[in-house]
Ligand binder design. Structure first.
Ligand code: SF4
Length: 178
């Protein structure tokens, strides 16, 4: 049986900026496949989140019902779940819509059509939860990787430590929010 680690990333309610920072790891992106099998990511063409994942980075807050279903499925399938970026860690930009409520968020995005689009069985929009929330409001999180976005160096540090069965130490020097 293979002892290679199985690595994944997903995004929920965020801006994709954390994944852009992941891409900024540059040459480390070439080291990653040497250390692990990348089994799922929005950066690749795989439709279904697999089972038996060792490490999963989750970008974004839990904003919609489909986010929540995905997060629960990822939690069930992953040994180590990393809250990846400030939206996942604390809600951040995505949670700004909480102050005005669901109706105001829909109107802001879709004008007067917003609320009508979000109801009914055949509506084309993902169903918003009452609030956008950080991941740990719904599932156990093993590691918190803050930053908006986290730097490429910090992302690689956390991934590399986990792939080598070491605990990443996110001390004051490394922890920066916003
Ligand atoms: S933490 Fe910042 S960069 Fe990452 S998804 Fe949220 S807003 Fe975008």
């Amino acid at each position: 049986m293979s002892t290679r680690k199985r690595f994944a990333t997903i995004w929920l309610g965020g801006c994709t900026g954390c994944h852009m920072s992941f891409l900024d790891m540059d040459e480390k992106l070439l080291e990653l496949p040497a250390l692990a099998d990348i089994v799922y990511s929005p950066l690749m063409d795989v439709k279904t989140f697999p089972r038996e994942v060792d490490i999963c980075l989750v970008e974004g807050a839990v904003n919609t019902e489909s986010d929540l279903r995905m997060l629960r499925s990822v939690r069930e399938s992953s040994v180590s779940l990393v809250s990846f970026g400030d939206c996942a860690v604390a809600g951040n930009i995505t949670a700004m819509r909480n102050t005005g409520g669901k109706k105001a968020a829909l109107q802001s995005g879709f004008g007067s059509m917003g609320e009508a689009l979000a109801v009914g069985d055949d509506n084309p929009l993902p169903q918003l939860l009452a609030q956008a929330s950080p991941l740990h409001q719904y599932v156990a999180v093993d590691y918190f990787l803050p930053g908006c976005p986290p730097s490429a160096e910090l992302i690689w540090y956390v991934i590399n430590e986990l792939l080598h069965d070491r605990q990443p130490v996110l001390d004051r020097e490394k922890l920066r929010y916003g």
